[in-house]
Design a protein around this ligand. Structure first.
Ligand SMILES: *Cc1c(COP(=O)(O)O)cnc(C)c1O
Ligand code: SF4
Length: 329
């Protein structure tokens, strides 16, 4: 059988810096900081996302999210390889149970794009994700805890799994009586909108679990016409669409960008959910926005937008029972 379109498209993703720069009509000299090609967590940019990047602009906010920068080599005492205590929260292999009532399953370690600020960029995925062997252990754990109402498929990116595998897992989850909701945290529709296949729609609409998709969009220009077509399809199937963004220096740390983003999300049928402070992961210190500036931006959003278009500004603090609103830090 031929691989689905989205998998073929993924094979065409840029993984060589030279090639990406040529495509974007940029030279290394034009980039602000020296580049290196990292050995682990290398460059990965699907062509569909590269097409949204402005050609010849070394400061393009979409480019900055995916371009390996020499600044990643900066070491900073507060920027760690496991910034949010994920390693301690592993309850059974492949599962994180940090918060009451919901669990997160690391469905896979793979992603279609490598975001340079990713808090799991150093996560030891090998052997840590929900492989078919570990799946039984996960189901057993869910059955023993009646307080769990929601399962979050995350990773990595859960939509990197093929429809067959995903469908099988979702069906097994539906067999756990107390579960009500199934949430997917994904960036795939943003960087590869053709991932929203008919097959995926079938398996989500067939499930008795109420589906929620949390997209990850940081900048209004990521809302391409192809993505909007995909979100319309999801919305028509009754799927709740939310968005989380990460506040990133040079990418979306301006009042105008954030306001435009919220409005563009809503126009696409997506509600802003969280605006995350950057997790302090080693290699990402150059993306950090100060707490003071973040609060100011959030205040401006509140003043200029209806309440339902203002995402919650939060930070993840290891050991806490939920994400922490910035006002409480
Ligand atoms: C962020 C997160 C969740 C989801 O938190 P919500 O506030 O419900 O969106 C669940 N589990 C883990 C481990 C998380 O990091
Ligand atoms: S898609 Fe999400 S998990 Fe994957 S690299 Fe980007 S931020 Fe990290």
């Amino acid at each position: 059988m031929q691989a689905p379109d989205w998998q073929q498209a993924l094979k065409q993703a840029f993984s060589e810096l030279d090639e990406l720069l040529r495509y974007l009509k940029l030279t290394e000299q034009e980039l602000k900081s020296p580049l290196k090609n990292p050995e682990s967590f290398g460059l990965r940019v699907p062509r569909e996302f590269a097409d949204l990047i402005r050609k010849g602009d070394p400061s393009d906010p979409l480019l900055l999210q995916v371009l390996p920068s020499g600044l990643e080599a900066i070491t900073h005492p507060f920027f760690k390889t496991d910034p949010v205590g994920d390693l301690e929260a592993r309850t059974v292999p492949g599962l994180l149970h940090k918060y009451q009532g919901r669990v997160l399953i690391m469905a896979t370690g793979a992603c279609a794009v490598h975001c340079r600020y990713c808090f799991r960029r150093h996560y030891p995925y090998t052997g840590a994700t929900a492989s078919p062997q570990k799946w039984q252990g996960i189901l057993d754990y869910l059955r023993t805890d009646p307080s769990i109402r929601e399962v979050i498929l995350s990773g990595g990116d859960p939509l990197m799994l093929e429809d067959d595998r995903l469908g099988e897992w979702i069906e097994q989850l539906a067999g756990i009586s107390q579960l009500q909701r199934l949430r997917l945290h994904t960036r795939l529709p943003v960087v590869l909108p053709q991932r929203i296949t008919g097959g995926l729609m079938d398996l989500l609409s067939r499930s008795p679990l109420q589906p929620v998709i949390v997209l990850h969009i940081n900048h209004p220009r990521e809302l391409s016409p192809a993505l909007i077509t995909a979100t319309r399809t999801l919305q028509a199937a009754g799927i709740t669409l939310l968005n989380q963004s990460v506040l990133l220096r040079g990418v979306n740390d301006s009042e105008q960008t954030l306001i435009t983003l919220s409005e563009a999300l809503f126009a696409g049928g997506i509600l802003p959910y969280y605006l995350h402070m950057l997790d302090r992961v080693a290699g990402a210190s150059h993306f950090e926005v100060s707490t003071e500036k973040a609060k100011k931006l959030h205040r401006e959003m509140r003043q200029n937008l209806p309440g339902y278009l203002v995402p919650k500004l939060v930070r993840e603090i290891s050991g806490k029972g939920s994400k922490t609103p910035l006002d409480l830090t």
